[in-house]
Design a binder for this molecule. Structure first.
Ligand code: B3K
Ligand code: ZN
Length: 891
């Protein structure tokens, strides 16, 4: 384990290595406490690099032997965690034997144990915890891997590529040999040795090759892998149809493991997944779980081309594969939802997906961009790369790709992708390479200024103002952009911002747009290209004062500032032809009310606001899934960022008052929704059904929050009778977020029913950690969390449990976490330090919960600062947590 705080690595310092690796022959003698790893690699001199030694990084390894061309090397040094070996000639055979202890490896990076099986996680720098290696993504080698293990304990032995040999060994052991035909960086290496079973399917690829697909799980979970397998098949088809990209292996494997730091990992031909994103059956998984399984399976599968065949030169380029792959999985999910919804519902289904993506961006990425961890999608420096698998690199990165798609058009984008693969297949490249190729494939489309999206951190503001001139029927729209300073980046240049615009007439219909100088009016939505600090756009032929609808479809990852009174927001909630903006109008209105209520404890929820919600709720022409999105209040994390200073207690009180007012005043409407939209019959995962369930669950939430007796009775009945997890959990959540006396018994019943199911218990932990206080007598969430910490089903060693209980409390329950007495903050210190000793990556994620502390009230800042300082002073703190807390303190 790293014990010293790490130095800062700079993007500008990238240099190719003097020696790289052509082939790697790995042999594992797997043993829980002492696994012997023999690594024979053919190292070759890199003619494009400066002269220097062979560099092999290693971490937490016991070195047994090291030879170069069969002899002890003459000169070996250790520098910066790497061995440096002087070598002559153009190629040498290096053999290094190391011993590792998988059982002692609680970091879940490198080779570790989970439920008696062996698993690996190498991205970003876990391979060096398995063997000494030039562990960088620009070293692409061909791997042969032999695994040897006890046959009874580990009947299944898997690695990347194709199985070329297997057999029995003395003493109840066996072996398997795998060969990966494609050169790959070390971060894509994987092995699994465990007791698993597979669901298999054979499918034919677009070129007519038959391939074997396998999803490996523990035997008891075989009844919940069908959906993951279907998702994999759909992903394969989609990549063939959308990008002409085919699976390049004869066999593609997915393995599910219960102990995993993140969602999943795209190892070549052997994806390893957190069970949370594989296992789904109606009784244990919600609609959201089904959706997540589909999109994560797709995401990892799509990496096979965007990430694996073309990879990153260095870790600063992470968004090259992540932003692009998130964009691809978003497009895939939108297509899947649209297809299932049918021609009538397709547009709305796509919009609902887009709204989901925007919600995530606003809740997670905007706060990151406004805090001490703000970084460009391609960072310039880091201390610990694992801290940079961020919402900025992933989600904002995907928005940047989406803007390219908008600017170049579908065909231009596809041409760019084709050219990208034709130039760079089998190589490790940079974001500049990607953007240049996009330009080249589009007649030299100028993307120089666009590159600033890769260079500048911070969320740009676009301030808009419009003036209608009755005399000449013109509408003048002025757009001004600015990006606030971020740590280390004080001056910002103007960006290329595509702003999709519509003008709504008084009748609620869009006006056909005609810019000054154009012969005739065209489409109702136009994409304006904002490239200067300030730009003026003049529309003509506008016969009556319009209501502007800007940034349609959320055409750029910016904050739009537009003066709109309540009446305009209500008008757009009812009429905006762009569903994203209709949703956004409701969110803006709710935000305005929430912030006003937070500022004044005596204020009441305005009637006009409730009426606007009622109109949306009762608009039967609107897809229930859309209504569920539009009628849900904005996320607390997002609202806190919009509040200055952020006061979580005041905001919580405002949200409670809003939930109660909307629940009570609209009680009859909500009850009717439940009545009308309830589904009978067997569960199926389908967007239409999911939308209805989502709206019914939201109705129950409002009714229960308001303490409406009918609503509570309905929630109790639905909890008791539910035939699937979406309904059961929806009803339980409504009861828990209320003063219902049935609350405790329902939680207990849920627990007892699912006591043997780790993933369902995670929901149970999260629900309690996220509970608000509805009555004066209610228990503080912290007291409950403390009790649950010693629940036999809880474990600090399992990341899913930590994210469910502590993650939810720290990150999704600000009203309770930031209790005025500071108890939440003191608890945070305890937990971050306890976690850091086991698993720095998980600890660092929890540590991030307080990074935006300077946005809070002075009293909260005074409570938080000493706690951050306590963590930073803790002996043996990991580089992971030190970077987060150090940056939070401005150290
Ligand atoms: N590439 C992995 C993430 C690895 C995180 C390492 N700390 C999953 C993904 O983005 O697909
Ligand atoms: Zn990814």
């Amino acid at each position: 384990m790293k014990t010293e705080h790490a130095p800062t690595i700079q993007r500008a310092d990238y240099r190719p290595l003097s020696w790289t690796v052509e082939t790697v022959d790995l042999h594992f003698r797997l043993d829980a406490e002492a696994t012997l790893v023999t690594n024979r690699m053919r190292c070759v001199r890199n003619r494009d690099a400066a002269e220097g030694p062979i560099r092999l990084w290693g971490e937490a390894l016991e070195r047994v032997s090291l030879t170069v061309d069969g002899a002890a090397p003459t000169a070996v040094r250790e520098a910066d965690g790497a061995l440096e070996i002087d070598a002559s000639g153009d190629a040498v055979l290096v053999e290094v034997v190391t011993r590792v202890n998988p059982r002692a490896n609680t970091t879940l990076s490198g080779l570790y144990l989970s439920n008696g099986g062996f698993f690996t996680q190498c991205e970003a720098e876990g391979f060096r915890r398995i063997t000494c290696f030039p562990d960088r993504p620009d070293v692409m080698a061909r791997y042969t891997v032999t695994l040897e293990a006890d046959r009874a304990a580990c009947p299944v032995l898997l690695s990347n590529g194709n199985l070329v040999e297997e057999g029995l060994l003395p003493e109840g052991r066996h072996y398997a040999k795998w060969e990966d035909p494609f050169p790959k960086p070390s971060y894509l290496f994987a092995l699994v040795a465990a007791k698993l079973v597979a669901l298999e399917r054979r499918v034919t690829t677009m070129s007519g090759r038959e391939v074997l697909l396998q999803v490996w799980v523990e035997a008891g979970n075989l009844d919940r892998v069908e959906h993951a397998m279907d998702s994999l098949v759909h992903s394969m088809r989609w990549d063939e149809e959308s990008f002409g990209l085919e699976l390049d292996l004869d066999r593609f494997m997915i393995v599910a493991v219960a102990d995993f730091n993140m969602g999943a990992m795209e190892n070549k031909g052997l994806n390893i997944f957190n069970t949370k994103f594989i296992l789904a059956k109606p009784d244990t998984a919600t609609d959201l779980d089904y959706e997540n399984v589909e999109s994560v399976v797709a995401h990892e599968y799509f990496h096979n081309w965007t990430g694996n065949r073309v990879t990153c030169r260095d870790w600063f380029q992470l968004t090259l594969k992540e932003g692009l792959t998130v964009f691809r999985d978003q497009q895939f999910s939108a297509d899947m939802l649209a297809r299932a919804a049918g021609p009538e519902g397709a547009a709305s289904a796509r919009a609902v997906k887009r709204i989901d993506d925007v919600r995530v961006l606003r809740a997670a990425q905007f706060p990151e961009d406004g805090g001490p961890m703000a970084h460009p999608i391609r960072p310039d420096s880091y201390q610990e790369i694992n801290n940079f698998y961020t919402a900025t690199v992933y989600e904002k990165g995907a928005e940047v790709i989406r803007m390219l798609h908008t600017l170049l058009g579908q065909e231009g984008f596809r041409n760019g992708m084709d050219l990208y693969f034709s130039y760079f297949d089998g190589q490790a490249v940079t974001c500049d390479d990607f953007v240049e190729v996009m330009s080249e494939a589009n007649n030299g489309f100028d993307l120089d200024q666009f590159m600033r999206w890769y260079e500048q951190a911070g969320t740009p503001r676009v301030k808009a103002s419009g003036v209608w001139n009755a005399a000449d029927g013109s509408y003048t729209l002025t757009l001004a952009q600015s990006t606030p300073a971020t740590p280390g980046q004080h001056v910002k240049q103007p960006l290329v911002i595509p702003v999709a615009v519509g003008l709504i007439g008084a009748d609620g219909r869009d006006v056909a747009l005609r810019l000054e100088g154009e012969a005739q009016a065209g489409a109702c939505t136009r994409v304006l290209k904002l490239t200067e600090d300030v730009q003026v756009f003049r529309f003509v032929g506008v016969s009556a004062e319009p209501v502007p609808s800007l940034l349609r479809g959320f055409s750029a990852p910016v904050i739009l500032e537009l003066d709109e009174d309540d009446a305009r927001l209500a008008f757009r909630m009812a009429h905006d032809a762009d569903p994203c903006n209709r949703w956004d109008a409701a969110q803006r209105y709710a935000e305005r009310v929430a912030l006003a209520l937070a500022a004044d404890p005596a204020a009441v929820v305005p009637e006009a606001f409730v009426a606007a919600f009622r109109t949306l709720l009762n608009d039967g022409a609107l897809d229930p899934a859309f209504r569920a999105q539009a009628l849900a209040l904005p996320g607390e994390a997002y609202l806190l960022e919009r509040m200055s200073p952020a006061d979580p207690a005041a905001l919580r009180s405002a949200l409670v008052r809003m939930m109660r007012a909307l629940g009570a005043t609209l009680a009859a409407d909500w009850l009717e929704v439940v009545e009308r939209l309830q589904l009978a019959g067997a569960y199926r995962y389908h967007p239409g059904d999911a939308g209805r369930r989502a709206l019914v669950n939201l109705a129950l939430r409002y009714l229960a929050a308001a303490g409406m007796a009918d609503g509570l009775a309905l929630a109790e009945a639905r909890f008791a009778d539910a035939t699937n997890m979406t309904e059961r959990f929806g009803a339980l959540a409504a009861l828990v977020q209320s003063t219902s006396p049935a609350r405790a018994a329902a939680l207990q019943a849920f627990h007892d029913r699912h006591r043997d199911d780790a993933l369902v218990l995670d929901k149970w932990f999260a629900l309690q950690a996220g509970a608000w206080r509805w009555g004066d007598a209610a228990e503080p969430a912290l007291a409950r969390v403390r009790v649950l910490l010693s629940d036999p089903a809880f474990s600090l060693s399992n990341p899913n449990k930590v994210y469910a209980l502590l993650g939810t409390f720290f990150r999704a329950n600000p009203g309770e976490f930031h209790a005025a007495d500071g108890s939440g903050h003191a608890f945070w210190v305890e937990q971050v330090i306890a976690l850091d000793a086991r698993n720095p990556q998980v600890a660092a994620r929890m540590a991030r919960a307080l990074e935006n502390w300077r946005h809070f009230t002075p009293a909260l800042q005074a409570s938080i600062r000493p706690q951050l300082e306590r963590v930073l002073a803790a002996p043996g703190l990991s580089a992971d947590v030190a970077e987060i807390v150090g940056k939070a303190l401005g150290a």
